[in-house]
Design a protein around this ligand. Structure first.
Ligand code: ASP
Length: 353
């Protein structure tokens, strides 16, 4: 009888220890560093001249010891570049690394530190190619690490709080900057110098981070991550897609390099609701006849580029980008072209994603 009581006491103690361990278990957050102003250094705390991608992930982590209270952190340097030099190659590497990490039980969320110039493109690329509902958060800074009131440390802290929180699951790839949590589909860099630069002008922010916790009020109805059909795991390169910018009196020859240089797709950064100047309309038709997929987007910062408005898309076999700005339309078109060349199917993707 005594032996039995002793055994049940021991079992109770083991159960209590296991329960406390799980209740206290900090999430495991992996930080992938790619460079940008968050890792930039300048000559002084007050001057604006600086170089992106100078300090490593370890210095970034040292600057924010408080993140260790939120999660178990592992840091890895993927590249250390200004994001103005982002390449398809780095995107493919990042997508593979993120997918490999999230497939393991030992990673609960990922933060990617990134330059702000092309952050919206990388976020959207990953939004369509990551196959997991675990949180993936991109962050960066508008002021270099050496500046007075550098914004990087708080952005990094808020991003870890977001990636570590289960309420961030299943929302697609997120951007956390200046206290806001934004979705990858609609977010744009809106200001060249201000710390309040990332906004979703059509849809609004998903939520915000306050006192170390994310609070959400919106989610996207666009397809992403686990619902996305795009898989880049076996790809070494992406189809070549360029952007043509429209303006008054645009010269027809701006289109020439796109016609015989291996381009599979062209994004037209059009006028208003994706309108096309008469000087280059025939060249876009010519591109289409050569089998190049033409997507009409807009240089106007807000509002959709809609199907069948002033341009007869059916007659010309053009695709309308809906809410995607030219640089994001390029991301979706590259991925769409890995699946199909059919403009109608690609138009469907542009409605869904
Ligand atoms: N040129 C920098 C970059 O994108 C700007 C920044 O990070 O804010 O890498």
């Amino acid at each position: 009888m005594n032996k039995l009581r002793h055994l049940s006491m021991v079992l109770l103690m083991i159960a209590a220890t296991v329960l406390t361990t799980f209740a206290d278990r900090k999430p495991n957050v992996y930080i992938l560093a790619t460079g940008g102003t968050i890792a930039g250094t300048g000559a002084s705390a007050t001057s604006s001249g600086y170089t992106s991608g100078q300090v490593t992930i370890h210095s970034l982590l040292d600057a924010v010891p408080q993140i260790q209270d939120i999660a178990n952190i592992t840091g890895e340097q993927v590249v250390n570049i200004g994001s103005q030099n982002m390449t398809d190659d780095v995107w493919l590497t990042l997508a593979r690394r993120v997918n490999d990490l999230l497939a393991t039980d030992s990673v609960d969320g990922i933060v990617i530190t990134h330059g702000t110039d092309t952050m919206e493109e990388t976020a959207f690329f990953l939004n369509l190619t990551v196959k997991s509902n675990k949180p993936v958060v991109l962050t960066g800074a508008m002021r270099p690490s050496t500046a007075m009131s550098a914004d990087g440390p708080l952005n990094l802290y808020n991003s870890v709080c977001t990636a570590a929180d289960p309420s961030s699951k299943g929302r697609g790839v997120l951007i956390v900057m200046n206290g806001l949590i934004l979705g990858a589909h609609g977010t744009q860099k809106m200001n060249t110098v201000s710390v309040q630069t990332f906004q979703d002008p059509n849809g609004g922010a998903f939520g915000y981070v306050y006192n170390s916790k994310p609070y959400y009020s919106l989610y996207t109805t666009k397809l992403h991550t686990t619902e996305s059909v795009f898989d880049v795991s076996g790809l070494k390169e992406l189809p070549k897609v360029g952007i043509v910018y429209a303006y008054s009196n645009v010269y027809p020859d701006v289109m020439d390099p796109y016609l015989h240089n291996g381009y599979k797709g062209i994004i037209h950064a059009g006028l208003g609701n994706g309108n096309i100047h008469k000087n280059i309309f025939p060249k876009l038709d010519e591109a289409r006849k050569e089998g190049i997929v033409v997507v009409r987007s807009s240089r106007t910062p807000t509002g959709p580029t809609t199907e069948f408005d002033e341009v007869d898309d059916k007659a010309h076999e053009f695709v309308a980008s809906w809410e995607l700005n030219p640089q994001k339309a390029r991301v979706l078109l590259m991925l769409a072209l890995t699946k199909t060349n059919d403009w109608k199917k690609i138009q469907e993707y542009f409605r869904q994603y």
